[in-house]
Write a protein that binds this ligand. Structure first.
Ligand SMILES: *Cc1c(COP(=O)(O)O)cnc(C)c1O
Length: 492
């Protein structure tokens, strides 16, 4: 796209290195950054006019998968050409305002700018003190405040909610065994084999996956029954813990969910914290979607007691539209993270004796991207506290509108859900129960038509259509479009 003269390759140009290092002439780099920025701005502004998603041509798919590295390097300008022609036309669709599947947001404008700048700075938020690492400590504080955790709270940013849940279970396990004096030795072997984990039957699958990663077998996992509103039933939890204690097992942690994936339910927090305290268990709350609900007046009543949890997952790349790759684990007492993760090495020692622990001492990762902290800071700074509340309230209002439209449409049947902004619904069948397969087919047809996008989920044993509201570009026109598309797909 742009010619570049290899003899002027940055500061390395003079000694004719072979192969050429990846430096670029300052003017070439500048031109490419400007071209990329102009393209990205146009792409984002034109995105709503195009289809939500389109099928990837088979030839392109094979080419992308082949992974053949050419012998000679290419030109810088080819990156933009490649993205424009071969990647951007085939997205998941979550940038589009008519995308309603899963909980996948579009990127926030401030986050897009910040991601680029953070890449240029390329600070690692793992070791060594630098401004971005302090910014990460600060953004973690902002999240903790929004979540309603105490002033003492700290934590780390992660790649997402799954990684945060994994850190939480590893931390809970270390905390529990350390308190029993069985963090190592024969006592470890004896106790670890008896660790038992509780979570609601509506919990995200990443919780069971995290349990497997920390070495808990499936028969030490206890999915607990939920009430008619899909919330964990504290009485059922208490019964399960009591039975396991009687059987000589070691209940060590309960995971509540704030914003369940299927219907957006919030588990009761205070009764679970009470039980955890009395049974010596850790209370982890998985708020990947709904962790910041305490900052929204309409949701706050569901969050009574949130400050009493031992750890909390939040996913700024869901609720806040921070570009993908930004989750967080928040803990009222950050020392628990250091007990679990601060492994020492001669080549990694903090300089000042009174320095804060590096962030690598609070997580699994050592070299960690500064993009998370900067994109999170930029997004929060652009929104402000009022903007965060306003954004979530906007999604709640859209969900209420969508539920109204579904209720008003005789060919659709709304199922109960919430308080998080989701609508689960089924096709009305005057002759009886519309089969599950019909709903799977309808979702697929809507996806294939490319004008809107939604997915199915199982609720109380039935397949239902599910629309999540987490796109700040979605308008009521998109809600009307979704209903039209579903009805059209159901008619065929
Ligand atoms: C999305 C989600 C996760 C997983 O988060 P990722 O960022 O996708 O890894 C975990 N728990 C809940 C409740 C979620 O909604």
């Amino acid at each position: 796209m742009h010619d570049q003269d290899p003899s002027t390759f940055g500061e390395f140009g003079e000694f004719d290195p072979s192969p050429e290092p990846p430096a670029a002439h300052a003017k070439v780099l500048r031109d490419e950054l400007v071209a990329a920025a102009e393209w990205a701005a146009r792409y984002l502004s034109e995105l709503p006019q195009g289809p939500v998603a389109r099928p990837l041509p088979a030839q392109l798919r094979s080419r992308l998968r082949a992974g053949q590295l050419p012998q000679r390097g290419g030109e810088l300008g080819e990156v933009l050409d490649f993205v424009r022609d071969e990647i951007a036309p085939y997205p998941t669709g979550n940038g589009h305002p008519a995308f309603f599947a899963w909980v996948n947001s579009p990127p926030a404008p401030a986050g897009i700018v910040a991601d680029l700048l953070a890449c240029a700075v390329n600070a690692t938020c793992g070791m060594g003190e630098n401004a971005l690492m302090d910014l990460e400590r600060g953004t973690v504080r902002m999240l903790a405040d929004l979540a309603g955790l105490p002033d003492s709270a700290g934590g780390v940013l992660t790649s997402g909610g799954s990684m945060a849940n994994l850190l939480a279970l590893a931390t809970a396990r270390t905390w529990f065994l350390t308190r029993r004096g069985s963090a190592d030795g024969p006592a470890y072997d004896r106790d670890h084999a008896r660790l038992t984990l509780y979570y609601s039957a509506q919990a995200h699958m990443s919780v069971a996956k995290a349990a497997a990663c920390v070495g808990l077998p499936a028969h030490r996992l206890r999915p607990v029954a939920t009430d008619p509103h899909d919330r964990l039933d504290p009485a059922a939890l208490r019964a399960a813990v009591t039975a396991d204690l009687d059987a000589g097992l070691l209940p060590f942690c309960t995971v509540t969910t704030l914003g369940t994936t299927a219907t957006g339910a919030v588990d009761p927090l205070e009764p679970v914290t009470d039980l955890c305290r009395s049974a010596g268990m850790w209370h982890h709350a998985d708020g990947a979607w709904g962790g910041l609900g305490a900052s929204v007046p309409a949701l706050a009543p569901h969050y009574a007691g949130v400050g009493g949890v031992d750890s909390l997952t939040v996913d700024p790349h869901k609720t806040l539209s921070v570009p993908v790759g930004c989750g967080a684990l928040l803990v009222p007492d950050p020392e628990h993270l250091h007990t679990a993760f601060a492994h020492q090495a001669s080549y990694l020692t903090a300089g000042e004796p009174d320095a804060l622990p590096w962030l690598s001492h609070a997580t699994i990762e050592l070299t960690r991207p500064g993009t998370r902290a900067l994109a999170l800071w930029a997004t929060l700074h652009h929104l402000g506290r009022d903007g965060v509340t306003g954004l979530i309230e906007h999604y709640l209002a859209l969900a209420a509108e969508l539920r109204e439209r579904i209720t008003a449409e005789p060919r659709l049947q709304l199922l109960s859900g919430g308080p998080w902004p989701v609508a689960c619904f089924r096709i009305t069948d005057p002759y009886g129960n519309a089969p599950d397969a019909l709903h799977t087919r309808v979702a697929r047809r809507v996806q294939d038509n490319g004008r809107a996008y939604l997915a199915t989920v199982a609720v109380h044993g039935r397949t239902v259509l599910r629309a999540a509201l987490c796109n700040y570009r979605t308008t009521t026109d998109d809600l009307d479009l979704l209903i039209r598309e579903v009805l059209h797909a159901a008619e065929r």
